[in-house]
Design a protein around this ligand. Structure first.
Ligand code: ADP
Length: 492
């Protein structure tokens, strides 16, 4: 009778809901855009009530479209934009101010101060993160220091903090439950990833009262009852978006890795029981907690990936649509020595140069737009390869295959070139919406619909596998050409 899972996917720009059956097939979905608020340059906020109302709209509409009885829903899984910070009054359930979104840079100076004070290595050792405005800690601190009522409420023990998962759980359960899962907690910079609990030393250093923090629960298992759709539905799975996608890709073993090709790229590698601390700028994070057991991941990102394709389309107009890039790339045998390093906002891991800017090199009289478009696609693969290689060297673990998703993973040329350059199979699942699928799988496991991760793996049928085909000489030439172009980009 209970046949369906409701996956809530609360993202930065929209709230979605997908109804899945137990085989991982979509039976209904809905989405509503979430308005962005930009009060000052570099500041980004969301209205917490809008996060909730758009999510509720998506839930009701998706269930209606799926033509199912809400009583047939076995469980809810939640996945969410990470790090975004909401603070509310426990007595009224009302947020004190807008949510401070992960992208918001308002605490950049404060992060510099943390660095200067010499506290960053301690934060990094305990939380796996670097002192950057992305993470929730400095956002909470900002609210405590700047919102009038925060101080009084906190002294009375009536203040609650949560990332977006907590906020949704609070709303879904009518304020009965104040919880977050370990993967979301690990993005707050207040959670000790080794001990698996809020770090009291960090909290007292920054003056954050522990009474405002949610209870940290496993990513899979019963959390509370959502009182929606005229019934009660157990919430049984929660994970931050990138971790959910790692789970949705069935990256259950150490060395399993996924890459999401979107505007930028997000790479995560499962490192099992090992919280590998990176020397060269990767983040260490909790992948998920099942029962008492924490599984860790290394995370790296590429700042500009699909955005370079967007730029060729909208900025300089040599491409009609993003998907045309595949045909153009396949129209020529190679880039004829053209490399495109899209360092529009500097370069991240492993190069770490925030000041350098983009470069197109190797232009000749014979170069036309196809070469430049192909070079932009190849750059996504090279940048991904650089992060993968760093992950392998820092973890001492070989990544046997790379699983891919995200908008640009639809590009077969890109997947195939990625496989050639990385010299490993690239696997693209049929359903590339791995984030919502991950939330559904965590909830399905948590409510007993699935008995094991092996059962979940067996649902991942008929992926497209791209095997490496490039000969060694060509690959060496391609890679050394890329490395030279990166050197030119960095040495100004
Ligand atoms: P995000 O979630 O980061 O907004 P998506 O996962 O929707 O991004 O992916 C969109 C990005 O992927 C855009 O930057 C777009 O240019 C790029 N993209 C989409 N389809 C293709 C394609 N077929 N080939 C290459 N790039 C693509």
């Amino acid at each position: 009778m209970k046949k369906y899972i409701l996956a809530l996917d609360q993202g930065t720009t929209s709230s979605r809901c997908i109804v899945y059956d137990k085989y991982g097939n979509k039976v209904g979905e809905a989405q509503r855009e979430l308005p962005q608020i930009y009060p000052l340059s570099g500041w980004v906020e969301h209205d917490p009530e809008a996060i909730w109302s758009t999510q509720l709209y998506a839930i009701e509409t998706a269930v209606k479209r799926a033509c199912i009885d809400p009583k047939e829903i076995a469980a809810i899984g939640i996945t969410n934009q990470r790090e975004t910070t909401v603070v509310w009054d426990k007595r009224t359930g009302k947020a004190l101010c807008n949510a401070i979104v992960w992208q918001c840079r308002r605490t950049a100076d404060y992060c510099e101060e943390i660095k200067r004070s010499g506290y960053e290595p301690i934060l990094k050792e305990k939380t796996g993160l670097i002192a950057d405005p992305y993470f929730s800690l400095t956002k909470v601190k900002y609210i405590l220091d700047n919102v009038d009522s925060a101080c009084d409420l906190s002294e009375e023990g009536n203040l609650a903090f949560g990332t977006v998962d907590s906020w949704l759980i609070h709303k879904l359960t009518n304020g009965k439950c104040h919880a977050t899962d370990a993967s979301n907690a690990s993005r707050t910079m207040m959670y000790n990833i080794h001990e698996g609990k809020w770090d009291s030393e960090i909290l007292s250093h920054f003056g954050i009262p522990e009474s405002m923090l949610p209870k940290v629960v496993p990513s899979s298992g019963y959390i509370g009852d959502a009182e929606i759709l005229g019934t009660k539905i157990p919430i049984c799975g929660v994970a931050g978006d990138q971790q959910a996608s790692l789970f949705g890709q069935c990256c259950f073993s150490r060395g399993d890795a996924k890459n999401t090709y979107g505007t930028g790229c997000f790479l995560l590698m499962n490192t099992g029981d090992d919280a590998v601390l990176s020397e060269r700028g990767l983040l260490t994070t909790v992948a998920w907690q099942i029962g008492d057991k924490l599984t860790y991941a290394l995370e790296g990102s590429v700042f500009i990936a699909g955005a370079a394709i967007q730029w060729l389309r909208d900025g300089i107009g040599i491409l009609a649509s993003s998907s045309d890039s595949e045909k153009m790339a396949l129209d020529i045998p190679n880039t004829d020595g053209v490399y495109f390093v899209p360092a529009f906002t500097g370069l991240g891991a492993p190069h770490w140069d925030p000041e350098c800017r983009g470069l197109i090199s190797g232009l000749s009289r014979g170069t036309d737009r196809r070469h430049i478009v192909r070079a932009a696609l190849e750059a996504m693969a090279y940048q991904t390869f650089d992060v993968l290689t760093l992950m392998e060297s820092e973890s001492g673990t070989v990544i046997p295959a790379l699983r891919v998703d995200g908008g640009a993973s639809a590009n077969g040329f890109l997947c195939s070139f990625q496989s050639d350059i990385s010299c490993k199979p690239v696997i693209r699942p049929q359903n590339t919406e791995t984030t919502s699928l991950g939330a559904a799988f965590l909830a399905g496991l948590g409510c007993g619909m699935y008995s094991s991760v092996e059962e979940i793996t067996s649902l991942n049928k008929n992926p497209t596998v791209f095997e490496p085909k490039m000969d060694k000489n060509t690959r060496d030439q391609c890679l050394s050409g890329w490395q030279n172009a990166v050197k030119k980009t960095i040495l100004r």
